[in-house]
Design a protein around this ligand. Structure first.
Ligand code: COA
Ligand code: MG
Length: 294
């Protein structure tokens, strides 16, 4: 997934636009973008939207962001939407891998009730919104076979620690605590064999700032980024799609190792290329293939 666009689940107008924006995935939000008084109205709208979208060819993947597991809302969220068969659930404010596991058990039951295939609902967890989670990120590794992606958030973490801001004076660069959160999310995702997904860029009129942040994310290994506004989707898709040069070089690396199956290391135009480069090349080709499908 390159782009995942948040759509407030109680907003029928935005839901109506969602599928045509070109995002690889939509995240129907039942959490922070929906006020407490609108939660009950939002749930059936999300469920109905999923039911309508599911059979459509070429549709984006659909995730639902439920409320956090320390609320009395999340179980009703799961009960209301999972039966309609979303591709996945996004878990906010996760505290540890135990939360992912608890959600996974609840999904088992909801899937069984609805006659859905066990395990078909995937999980993407936001793992840096609570300070306690930051202290036990290793617990996400192996927490559930449903775990598909891990992402990070800076706004709730900043609120939890009492930060005045999470950006430097240029309004773009993350301050040190949030760079740590971002970087650890990347390592945790790699360790958990999940997609590392970069957090939202809230200034949705600043295309250049978004593009820079996307480039830094791709450079470091993130495979996609969440969006809050339709205008952000094209930039994210573009930057997270492997370039023709990257694809050609990756094919060359795979080809050289295929021709030399016993080689551990080879040289290409004066550069040492080993099996780690081959693994990276395979990942780039897989991402290029996925981008072509969507
Ligand atoms: N999904 C689908 N459509 C959206 C959208 C979204 N996330 N955000 C905006 N749009 C639509 C608007 O309805 C508007 O449609 P129109 O041209 O038919 O009137 C169009 O895109 C342009 O929107 P714009 O006027 O520039 O923005 P806005 O002031 O209406 O909305 C936000 C700004 C931030 C409130 C809105 O983008 C939004 O709700 N984003 C998602 C917020 C969210 O879910 N946050 C939780 C995760 S952090
Ligand atoms: Mg939040």
């Amino acid at each position: 997934m390159r782009s995942m666009l948040f759509v407030p689940a109680d907003d029928e107008k935005k839901l109506g636009k969602g599928a045509s924006i070109g995002a690889d995935a939509l995240i129907l939000d039942l959490e922070d973008a929906v006020s407490l008084s609108r939660k009950a109205a939002a749930r059936p709208l999300a469920a109905q939207y999923i039911t309508e979208m599911r059979p459509r060819a070429g549709r984006p993947l659909i995730y639902v962001r439920i409320n956090a597991l320390d609320t009395n809302l999340w179980e009703e969220d799961v009960a209301a939407v999972v039966g309609s068969g979303p591709d996945g659930v996004m878990l906010p404010k996760a505290r540890s891998g135990a939360d992912v596991h608890t959600l996974s058990i609840a999904l088992n039951m909801a899937e069984e009730r609805a006659g859905l295939q066990a395990g078909s609902t995937r999980i993407v967890a936001i793992i840096t919104e609570t300070p306690v989670s930051m202290l036990q990120l290793n617990t996400y590794v192996g927490s559930s076979s449903r775990l598909e992606g891990l992402t990070w958030g800076a706004e709730d973490l900043a609120a939890a620690v009492g930060a005045r801001t999470n950006r430097e004076a240029d309004n773009r660069t993350w301050t040190s605590p949030y760079r740590l959160a971002r970087d650890l999310c990347l390592f945790t995702a790699a360790a958990a064999n999940a997609q590392p997904l970069d957090t939202v860029y809230v200034n949705f009129r600043d295309d250049e700032g978004l593009r820079n942040e996307c480039r830094e994310a791709v450079r470091d290994g993130f495979t996609g980024k969440m969006a809050i506004h339709p205008n952000q989707v094209a930039v994210i898709n573009e930057v997270f799609t492997p370039t023709a040069e990257e694809i050609a070089f990756s094919e060359e690396i795979i080809g050289v190792f295929a021709d030399n199956p016993d080689a551990g290391v080879v040289a290409i135009r004066g550069n040492m290329i080993d099996r780690a480069h081959a693994a990276r090349a395979e990942r780039i080709l897989a991402r290029a293939k996925a981008a072509k499908r969507s």
